[in-house]
Design a protein around this ligand. Sequence first.
Ligand code: SAM
Length: 421
Amino acid sequence: MTDKLSTLFDSGIYWFENSNAVFIDPVRAMNRSYTRFRVSPSAYYPRFFESKPTGQESEVSSNSRKRKRKEKKKKQPHALNEREKIADQRHQEVRPLLLKAHECLMRETDLLEVMSNLRSDFDSSRGCRDSVSPGVPEQSFVELGQVWQAPLYEITLNFDQCEKPNADGGSPIMQYSEQRVLPIFDNLVLNEMGDDVEAEFLNSRYVIPRESSFYMSDLGQIHNLIPADSGCGFNLIVIDPPWENGSARQKSRYPTLPNHYFLSLPIKQLTHTDGALVALWVTNREKLRGFVEKELFPAWGVRYVASFYWLKVKADGSMINDLDLFHHRPYECLLLGQCHRKAMDSKCLSKSKPVQDNQIIISIPGDYSRKPPVGGLLMDYVPGFKPARCIELFAREMISGWTSWGNEPLHFQELRYFIRD
Ligand code: SAM
């Protein structure tokens, strides 16, 4: 096995030589957060592994073909308006970088071989996936958090579990040395231990990674995360807002918010004394890019430093859509900025590397709107001492060493997304 592949297996990241591109396997990258569990590849990757039997086509590709035909029809008589021209210019600038990164990927035959098996590699060979009765719906934390009983809901964290033999000779009984029962909403729930912890809420079970915490609330309560002492603030702030867009609305996977709501996010107050690297996921809508550059970053006190691009590919390495499809680009952008509580301190700046612009992150997308874990790629650019204090805003999952905030940060922590190691 090549060194690059063994790094991929260990860290989830494959570094292309002499390139500004990397390939990420989110499953392996996230597994670094867990000791007793592993992220289930088949649960992580519900899409983009379809093979096309001759004479048939997958739903995804047939939909995308319909969409392309529709766009073509629409496109012919339509001249670009001013905003679309700016968007197209941005696209033309990044296009050669994306093509180059994609060529790098297509040259790495050993990586392509691994990619085609990413959904299946260790699902069947290691341990068994906890059986979730088919048809048991996932909890809707968004809905539960809005009902009047929300303050009464509690989560039980079971620390230090061990198996005790069953006196009746039946299957072993789980024993817990400590159980903590805590309000699940509007409360910081912390696993400060060096091991994963299993938690129970209503009839479902969740995995809480080591040294991680979540605060599940609506945007209105986010100020409760502002530390009294800025020395307890965050050095890395990753934000994936529920931007309004046709696709999120149509699919109604989660509620969205108008742009002006995000102006009130207390980014500066969440920033550590040593400063923070702020990473913001944005869609390709030009109106949104303008809003972020002209209003949002200035309102947060964030200085723009660089853009990274997430290129989405299928398991066979091809892009999920044509690169030039106007409203359905196969890439998204991660805007990076720096935030400092006071005037910039040169000592702090010297502790972090300047961010290299235009880096390309290639991965196979997981569930709808799920972003690849970028913490490992950003860590070199994070100011302050290590380990950095990290927070994800509008999170749907947890990471070891991080705080996750949003109205459903436990969404992908449910046991159905894991395999017991
Ligand atoms: N980064 C996430 C991932 O990779 O899975 C996706 C985040 S998704 C774009 C936005 C999230 O914001 C959704 O979980 C949504 O429920 C949440 N959200 C929407 N409105 C919210 C509100 N008012 N307060 C807190 N979270 C909200």
